[in-house]
Ligand binder design. Sequence first.
Ligand code: BGO
Length: 279
Amino acid sequence: TKEYVLALAGNPNSGKTSLFNSLTGSRQHVGNWPGVTVEKKEGSYVSGGNTIRVIDLPGTYSLGALSEDEAVARDYIINEKPDVVVNIVDSTNIERNMYLTSQLLEMGAKVIVALNMYDEAKSKNIEIDINGLSNILGVPVLPTIATKSQGLDELTGLFFKAAGSEYNKPLIINYGKEIEEVINKLSDEIKNEAGLLERYNTRWLAVKILEDDAGIKNNIKKYKVYEKLEKIRNESVKRLESLWGDDIEAVIAEKRYGFIKGIVKETVKRQMSAEEKLT
Ligand code: BGO
């Protein structure tokens, strides 16, 4: 028998606790993440003779590490490399939830998207093209109703399939010609540093450096290439920001939102109910 690790990531109120409870039942315990006061819930369940350890990451909207919760979730995924990250998404709120999804995918995490509250989406006449969404994101997507334990067997099946497969191809959001040029310059330098390559997805790290992410910068200061990366960043950013009159973090976030809007437009339809049509 083997032991696998499944990390649960999702926005607050997406049904993470419900899914965690449905999966693990009473086999769970609560502690703290090391060094912080954030609660850590861990549990496990057995399937086909294998044990799946389930790690409940803090509920977050992003992985920008602006809060302790975000830092805990992000560091766990980067450092512990769980077999699969199950990203629980509120089906009635796909656009907002996809911000976290896009960040998990850009990181290069192996992701399965659980479209939770699927019953709610149905009763609100929200129609989701599940295959289309799965194709665009490049990862498995399945509907779940965590409170009724629906979709859990399928989720476990997909989990084993994903855990035993090659790493996902990370999602690539096109940030536009100017930013892409800097990403490439930074990536070329990152590729020369074995220690960084081992831990981070190259492109993701380049974007984080561009975003001036304090947590990540702190983690990579010890590498020789760090000063070079900072130099490339500062020179390019000064030029780009004076061109745009906006800071680069804002431009990058805007591109992400644009990408997500496009996904939602292609895959989510909201049909009006008979009552709404009358009003
Ligand atoms: C309350 N379908 C439906 N319909 N509801 C769900 C589903 C689903 O698939 N999954 C979760 N919920 P959490 P986070 C509640 O608590 O797991 C519900 O923050 C209530 N509580 O039951 O807590 C779930 O861990 C009173 O709802 O999410 C919960 O991610 C009235 O979504 C809520 C109505 O789930 C959040 C709901 C006293």
